[in-house]
Design a protein around this ligand. Sequence first.
Ligand code: TYM
Length: 331
Amino acid sequence: MDKKVIYSAVQPSGNLTIGNYLGAIRNWVSMQDEYDCFYAVADMHAITVRQEPSELRRRTLELVALYLACGIDPEKCALYVQSHVPQHAELAWVLNTIAYVGEMSRMTQFKDKSQRHAENINMGLMDYPVLMAADILLYQTQLVPVGADQKQHVEIARDLAIRFNNRYGETFTVPEPLILKSGAKICSLQDPTKKMSKSDENPNASVFLTDDRDTIVRKFKRAVTDSGSEVKFSEDKPGVSNLLSVYCAFRGIAIRDAEREFCGKGYGDLKLAVGETVADALAPVQEEQKRLLSDKKYLSEVLKAGAEKAYRAARRTLSKVYRKVGFYQGE
Ligand code: TYM
């Protein structure tokens, strides 16, 4: 039987946070043996918000090195840059013709970003979910491992797949989001009711994968906590619950066990333990990323092979789509 297909991507639009790591990349690694995996750097998505070109280029390569440093194996999956495979944009165009302006303008992320970038509400920002649907559907993807914030986008990809199949006949596999409980929504350290984000203006709100040990420990020490003193996971303790989630996700333990560990201890103990755990876990990843970044030739080879693998699969789907919609493709 064919292996199931997995697709996911991260935008090189800022410094990655431990949220990106726990919600997405970390989970991709364990899937490489069992599934047919496509992992991309979504540079075409990134330019929906203004980017400095030289920084975008640098971040793209840093993200590739980070994927590898986290354990993504280019022999087992297709690791590539989205803009290297032209079918993403081509399929997005076709899907645009079955996506409705109304549904796109109601997407949470679009509304959010339109508010934050009021001076630049470009067509790409609104079209973002259609391009994301094209990413996913090009590879006949079954599962999309993402954090909770991307669920709505994967649902749009499902809707578009079903709509296209109904109109033109069976063409796309209908994908499903894969959102693991642990690490699906890591929150800001300064406002734990909000998700931790690459683009937060307050640098103390997010822990970046590139932060050094002292910075990581300091950021957790300064994390906003709640009233009371008991270390307990509960709705009325969003700050402490977030710290416990991070701690457990990095340690691979259940919340209950962490609560037991901190029984009789205070918030300060928890903050210190989380900071040290995160710093310990990230140190080898940071070191390996740095080593890989000094070997640009190797990174280029990985990307070339990845794009070729992706291209072959993407071309198959796109030519099927072109046939279905009635584009003349020669005799
Ligand atoms: P991006 O770059 O915003 O985030 C990358 C991944 O990290 C997850 N994530 C989080 N998980 C837990 N807690 C957080 N605080 C947190 N912040 C981010 C996101 O859910 C995501 O899985 N649109 C996508 C990129 C993309 C994509 C795709 C994803 C483009 N094409 C196709 C899947 C399939 C995005 O903006 O991710």
